[in-house]
Design a protein around this ligand. Structure first.
Ligand SMILES: [Mg+2]
Length: 411
């Protein structure tokens, strides 16, 4: 599976900000507390304090017992937000940030060459340098790189502080099998108990469990299948609070399991995704296309995927041309049975800067015109040559069409 995601987790974030801001606190056991009261508990501990067994949730009285010379600092949220913004800006200077998960965690999508293990690791090192440069030497982070956000997060947790872990395919099973069940985000003590009830005691058993078992454990087919796919390295989107990607995929009907058929359906999916993007008023900065091909053994398949960054846009033409270029790298001489596309690195239209180039603006106008015709007629009237015969191949919710000029532009 490709290395699609990078997860950045700041180490002992609140405590590190305090140590960054006040050199007299550096190299000392320090805990951050919400209010100055004996009854409260630590919300962060410096690495020096962690060495004494103090962690988030340790009551103040206990922390004092574990380490009598511990220093307590009352949380200064304003400072933490300022540092957070610097860290996000530093990361953005290297690679777009796809989602900010919390004040000290964010995820980035890797595309194209960035997915090569050595390039991904180098990108991570550049992010670390950028963060130190903009936020300070004390602001260390652990970075994990993996096929989906969940596994990238698990990877980030593997080495602390200042870690960097790449979960490339070859290392994936061994690296995971060393973990505890509760090392997976979303598996707490209660879920661990349930897993054990179903005979899952190790991460190896967890990774090999069939969908059905996981569905039983979670008491939900949806959750069980989601976990199954995540553990197998599939790129399952988070249930987003803010939209992060638009994706469309389609299993090819037998008649279209050819090179041309797959391309035609893919183009149709790209049109749908672009129309959807405009409908929800977002811009995209990266395009991925993928396909499943029949493998050598029955029941086995070969997954291929390529992606590329594009200047932020929302016009169909830009995505069609990016997807077509990526398609050149597809697996050859195998039978395709599924195609898909993902538009990512999305930002709301109001915060996008429209292109300064005339040509791009024309493409935007054409796309807007297509959408208007759609809205008016509500059916696909004319379509691209590549989609000939594919009109009914992928179910459409957003109908699309083209204006006569469009064909000439694309070809
Ligand atoms: Mg953290």
């Amino acid at each position: 599976m490709p290395l699609r995601h990078m997860f950045i987790d700041m180490n002992s974030f609140f405590a590190s900000v305090e140590q960054q801001d006040d050199p007299t606190l550096q190299n000392k056991p320090l805990a951050v507390i919400p209010t100055d009261a004996q009854t409260t508990a630590c919300i962060a501990a410096s690495y020096e304090a962690k060495a004494f067994g103090i962690k988030t949730g340790t009551p103040v009285w206990e922390a004092r017992k574990l380490c009598p010379r511990i220093i307590f600092k009352v949380a200064n949220h304003r400072r933490y937000v300022i540092m957070h913004n610097r860290i996000v800006a530093a990361t953005r200077s290297v690679v777009p940030v796809e989602s900010v998960m919390s004040i000290d965690e964010m995820a980035c999508r890797l595309v194209g060459d960035e997915r090569k293990p050595e390039v991904a690791a180098d990108t991570a090192r550049r992010i670390k340098t950028a963060i130190r440069g903009l936020a300070g030497d004390y602001m260390r982070c652990s970075i994990g790189i993996g096929p989906n956000v969940m596994l990238a997060k698990v990877a980030a947790d593997m080495q602390k502080p200042d870690g960097l872990t790449v979960l490339a395919d070859s290392e994936l099973p061994q690296a995971l099998h060393r973990l505890q069940l509760t090392d997976f985000p979303g598996v707490g003590p209660r879920m661990e108990k349930r897993l054990k009830l179903y005979g899952i005691f190790t991460v190896e058993q967890f990774c090999q469990a069939p969908k059905k078992t996981l569905s039983d454990v979670w008491g939900s087919k949806l959750c069980g299948e989601r976990w199954y796919r995540l553990l197998h390295g599939e790129d399952v989107p988070d249930t987003p609070t803010r939209r992060q990607t638009i994706s469309h995929s389609h299993i090819l009907p037998p008649a279209l399991r050819t090179d041309e058929g797959a391309y035609g359906v893919l183009m149709r999916l790209v049109h749908k995704a672009a129309a959807r993007l405009r409908k929800i008023k977002y811009w995209a900065g990266a395009v991925s296309v993928g396909a499943s091909f029949l493998g050598d053994e029955p029941g086995k398949s070969v997954w291929w995927e390529e992606s590329v960054r594009v200047p932020r846009c929302q016009d169909t033409q830009s995505f069609v041309s990016a997807a077509t270029k990526l398609w050149e790298f597809r697996v050859r001489n195998r039978t395709p049975f599924k195609v898909g596309t993902v538009l990512s690195d999305l930002i709301p239209a109001r915060s996008a800067t429209p292109s300064l180039f005339d040509e791009d603006r024309q493409a935007e106008d054409i796309s807007a015109a297509m959408d208007e015709v759609n809205a008016e007629f509500g059916a696909s009237v004319v379509y691209l040559g590549a989609m000939f015969g594919m009109r009914d191949a992928a179910p459409t919710r957003v109908a699309f069409t083209q204006i006569p000029d469009f064909d000439r532009r694309v070809n």
